[in-house]
Write a protein that binds this ligand. Structure first.
Ligand code: GLU
Length: 307
């Protein structure tokens, strides 16, 4: 009997039940390029509330593959801030940098759909034109590995934005799954980790909306089921830039947890509990959490005091 792609991949990397996940498992997956700012706190809070409202687990994954941009001190600071806000995760923290074996295995499974690419970033924008797919890579240059995106329509139903659809080649283009510097790229890592952690629900910012069809294509090629997705309005500054370390976003202070959590709940369209007690506030917020109240918009301006 020949094994299907699915059997092969599951047997090597994931526990038996990995493709029949039923109970809710959510996650927060920050890149430790700096401490938590208001934008990342809103994502952490929404994913926490969605998991706890659904009586599920909420996991913390530190996405630290990019060792040039990430730091151990930021990762420790993020954990300290989450604890200060009483957003307490279940199980052990997963550090992406410690789980690269699964990425190599996934790459092997995807090998038939990949090709080497020597194009630089500029040549790949806005949508990669498939130059190295057609003409082969310039082997005198360093090369990345690209995945041939499906020709089919890639679609999913987002919990906030509803039914969304992209044309693989036209709207997205082939994308990198292993970088020129040898680092596994975000899309591959996130799929493998979500599978390994048996994530059933992904709650994250709308800046990652068009990452989702790329990740869905990887699931499809591996023959495995994707999680459900919920994208939130991204928190932006007064110039409409996403809050980030680069935009000098202020770190959120757990001493002001109640005030900040109230602001975050407001931005997530939720009912604001009356209580001033931190624990009660969270308990009420879990009880009242309603995805349908999340505003259907791509961005929300950060409150001035948190910029
Ligand atoms: N690490 C990504 C970020 O900090 C989030 C990835 C995800 O949620 O899929 O933007």
């Amino acid at each position: 009997m020949t094994k299907s792609k699915n059997d092969k991949y599951t047997a090597r990397n994931f526990r038996d039940e990995s493709n029949s996940r039923s109970h809710y498992v959510g996650r927060f997956a920050p890149s430790p390029s700096g401490p938590l700012h208001y934008g990342s706190l809103v994502t952490a809070l929404a994913s926490f509330l969605d998991a706890k409202h659904n009586k599920g687990k909420w996991l913390l994954r530190i996405e630290d593959l990019d060792f040039f941009r990430n730091s151990r001190s930021a990762s420790l600071e993020i954990q300290k801030q989450l604890k200060g806000f009483r957003l307490i995760w279940d199980d052990e923290v997963l550090f992406q940098s410690s789980s690269t074996l699964g990425y190599s295995e996934a790459l092997k499974q995807l090998a038939d759909s990949t090709y080497l690419c020597s194009c630089n970033r500029k040549e790949s924008r806005p949508i990669y034109n498939g130059n190295c797919r057609k003409n082969g890579a310039d082997k005198t240059k360093s090369t990345a590995l690209r995945l041939m995106i499906s020709q089919d329509k890639l679609s999913f139903k987002d919990a906030v934005f509803g039914h969304l659809q992209w044309k693989g080649l036209e709207d997205l283009g082939d994308f990198i799954i292993k970088r020129k510097d040898g680092v596994f790229a975000y899309h591959l890592a996130v799929v493998v980790d979500d599978l390994n952690q048996k994530i059933t629900h992904v709650v994250r910012g709308s800046d990652l909306l068009d990452s989702t069809p790329r990740q869905l294509d990887i699931y499809k090629k591996l023959g495995l089921n994707p999680p459900k997705y919920c994208h939130l309005p991204v928190i932006v500054d007064s110039n409409n830039f996403k809050l980030s370390k680069q935009s000098f976003a202020k770190k959120v202070d757990p001493e002001k947890a109640v005030t900040i959590l109230r602001l975050a709940l407001t931005d997530l369209g939720q009912i604001i509990p009356r209580t001033e007690n931190h624990q009660h506030l969270l308990e009420q917020a879990i009880k009242n959490w309603n995805v349908e109240r999340i505003p259907k918009k791509l961005t929300t301006k950060a409150p001035k005091m948190l910029l």
